[in-house]
Ligand binder design. Sequence first.
Ligand code: SF4
Ligand code: SF4
Length: 385
Amino acid sequence: MKLASLLKAAKPETDIYVFYTDLRAFGKGFEEYYKKSQKMGIKFVRGKPSHFTENPFTKQISITVEDTLSRQVIESDFDLVVLANGMGLSKASDPIANFLKLAKSEDGFFKEAHPKYKPVDTLVEGVFIAGTAQGPKDIPDTVAQASAAAARVMVTLAQKEFKIDPILAFVDQNKCDGCEKCLENCPKNAIVMNGNGKAEVVEALCLGCGSCIASCPTEALDLHAYTSDQLYAQIDAILLNKPEGEKRILVFADNNCTYRVADALGVRKMKYTAETRIMRMPSSGRVTPNLIMYAFKKGADTVLIGDCEINNLPVPWTSKVGKENIEVAKKRLEEAGVQGDRIFFEEFNAGALQRFIDTVTNISETMKGLQPITSEVKEGLCQRK
Ligand code: SF4
Ligand code: SF4
């Protein structure tokens, strides 16, 4: 629209057509700019040109297009045809993205740490984004975002000491046998081998997602505040004294979305099935197959694992890891002869209150058709006592 307006202003005698499928003038003054362009004589036609042919003598391009508003077919010759492509992130950004381990959104642009609360931060501490690195933007929005990023940089540099989140992975050096299996399983490459041949977590890189924990066969790899011992103890407490004949859905709720939904349900006094028990987790990636099997061993009849919707995941790989862990657990249940669908995965956004209620209600209905797992089978599900 801008280029068409500039051309029309410079050469008023030119006939300019803009063919579009959808057009939004969303910013301040943009609608006025659109109207001004129309007043200048630029014609906006909603319709996709279907045929382009070049006249061999005049070299003009002939276009056929249906105006989907007036239902008229337009056939006209043009001196110049410009294809306006959608904007994408430059491939030249790949080396820096790989070097800094920056996450990208579904649309291919760099992902911000949080769209509302941290719009210029990335998931990598000390790296900020602005402008079209994050998505298509005009100059005023780019300047505003760049100013915000510069302010965040100044705040960061003004600190004498840096505070980091205490929820970080760690390795119990006594349990680690140096098998190196965990090295491949941190997308941030935050796990390295130390001089003693044991794994060690580089805390400055760790995001505390817990996605690496399942890869450690000796449970030497663990997460502060969500240690395996703490989580097993929580399962024990939640399923302790489960009355005969009752059933339980154990929900491993990620802290950012599913747990907030459950919390909001409580605050609003909204009811959901009484068979539901909720455990807060840092992400679905922290829910290891061992934890799932332990839950069944201790009396859970079904397990629901919740994480954020893919576009809102604070750490982009957690739900993928969570789903892989579920597949491992399902296989182990099958091998143990446990029948029926008992493990569920759902993505929630923070406002999905009714969907949470519907999800646990549906699982509760499914549970009615499930046979209880016998004590003998339960014993064999998990080595942990
Ligand atoms: S918790 Fe997440 S970021 Fe930290 S080492 Fe494990 S996988 Fe990597
Ligand atoms: S997978 Fe576990 S045991 Fe193996 S190196 Fe990593 S922390 Fe050590």
